[in-house]
Design a protein around this ligand. Structure first.
Ligand SMILES: Nc1ncnc2c1ncn2[C@@H]1O[C@H](COP(=O)(O)OP(=O)(O)O)[C@@H](O)[C@H]1O
Ligand SMILES: [Mg+2]
Length: 360
């Protein structure tokens, strides 16, 4: 019997558009003999619809105007429903769902919020649970946990905007003392997709950068700038994860900002230009970090390799990495011998396995 898979896309997030492209690639690659697919689109305003029209209308957002093919629908938090409620001429129809695949990036999708709904609904779902999702999304928490687990990172410190507003000198002194020199990277702890991130080369620029980051979060992370390569490793699995070969990104802009990620042509190299020893070590660190953060299902672990010392430094863990046809996560596994349809089968099996073992 076919499994009913709800794939969620869009969402109230700065990465809404990327999600629309990821979901089309996922629907294209899901085995239609095994799965009945129920695409659920979430608009930027947070309205939920079951979309049963042509998936070609998803990437540009025109599915939202295809009124004949969309119905109000949502995942019910009521576990006895075990699936989705569809509103039809004032009546509610229920559809049983076997596994939910939240193809949502960034806030409200990758941060544990929607995962909390699936927990209430007692539905198996692809990817990390509530805690791992929210801890990986929060750069300050992730840095603290990973450092405690012995994973090397760029030097970092953090401030709270209410302290900065009260006594800016004190916060600035703390940053300069902790990091030693400029330039530094200033990031909102919780935002995603390079939003609110800037590089500061002086105290004046640091003040500006803090104000920009403060528009997105009241907790701000500041890191030393790493000069070197940006490389990524895809990880798949529950308690015994596997790591893909390593890929490299060569940002088109000064750093891998939103523009470079999704608009200009940044180059991807698979495999990365690193030696075999570094690559093998990185795979081990990626799995260790994945387990330390409590990740399940999938994550992409991003690193820097410092040019001067060849040190491996973890940058961040993305629990719902981009999944478009040109995204690093599926490409890395394709190049490691796992074609995307097979990768998706594994992700669905891992979701069911985690649910059966009641692993949060
Ligand atoms: N400490 C750093 N040193 C050098 N470059 C950095 C540093 N932190 C971030 N960057 C650059 O900024 C980009 C976005 O930062 P990242 O922490 O990955 O945020 P996001 O979660 O938005 O992807 C990185 O891909 C990299 O190009
Ligand atoms: Mg990043």
């Amino acid at each position: 019997m076919k499994k009913n898979i709800a794939v969620l896309f869009g969402g109230v997030s700065s990465e809404h558009e990327v999600s629309r492209r990821s979901v089309v690639s996922i629907i294209d690659n899901l085995n239609k003999d095994k799965y009945e697919i129920f695409p659920i689109g979430i608009t930027k305003l947070g309205k939920w619809y079951w979309y049963c029209g042509n998936i070609e209308n998803i990437p540009d957002g025109s599915w939202e105007t295809d009124t004949a093919n969309k119905k109000e629908a949502f995942i019910s938090p009521d576990s006895s429903v075990h699936g989705m409620l569809v509103v039809n001429n004032g009546n509610c129809e229920t559809i049983n769902i076997d596994v939910v695949f939240p193809v949502l990036h960034g806030r409200n999708g990758e941060d544990g919020t929607v995962q909390g709904l699936f927990e209430l609904a007692k539905l198996p779902y692809v990817g990390c649970g509530v805690l791992a999702s929210s801890a990986c999304m929060d750069k300050i928490f992730a840095n603290i946990i990973l450092t405690a687990a012995g994973v090397k990172k760029a030097r970092f410190c953090f401030i709270y905007t209410y302290d900065f507003d009260k006594d800016p000198e004190k916060s600035l002194d703390h940053i300069e003392k902790s990091l030693g020199s400029y330039p530094v990277f200033v990031k909102p702890s919780n935002a995603g997709s390079s939003v609110g991130i800037s590089k500061a080369s002086s105290r004046e620029e640091l003040i500006k950068a803090i104000k920009i980051a403060a528009e997105h979060d009241h907790r701000i992370l500041i890191e030393e700038t790493i000069v070197g390569q940006e490389v990524e490793c895809a990880v798949l699995g529950n308690s015994e994860p596997i790591a893909s070969i390593i890929g490299e990104i060569a940002p088109a802009n000064e750093f891998y900002d939103y523009e470079a990620k999704y608009v200009s042509d940044s180059n991807l190299y698979i495999p990365a230009h690193i030696d075999d020893e570094t690559s093998a070590l990185m795979q081990e660190i990626a799995k260790k970090a994945y387990l330390a953060m409590g990740c399940r299902g999938l994550s992409r672990v991003d690193f820097f390799v410092r040019e001067s010392t060849k040190e491996i430094l973890l940058n961040e863990i993305n629990t719902l990495p981009g999944f478009t046809s040109i995204s690093m996560y599926p490409k890395l596994f394709e190049n490691s011998g796992i074609p995307t349809p097979e990768l998706l089968d594994k992700l669905i099996d891992l979701a069911l396995e985690r649910f059966l073992k009641n692993e949060k």
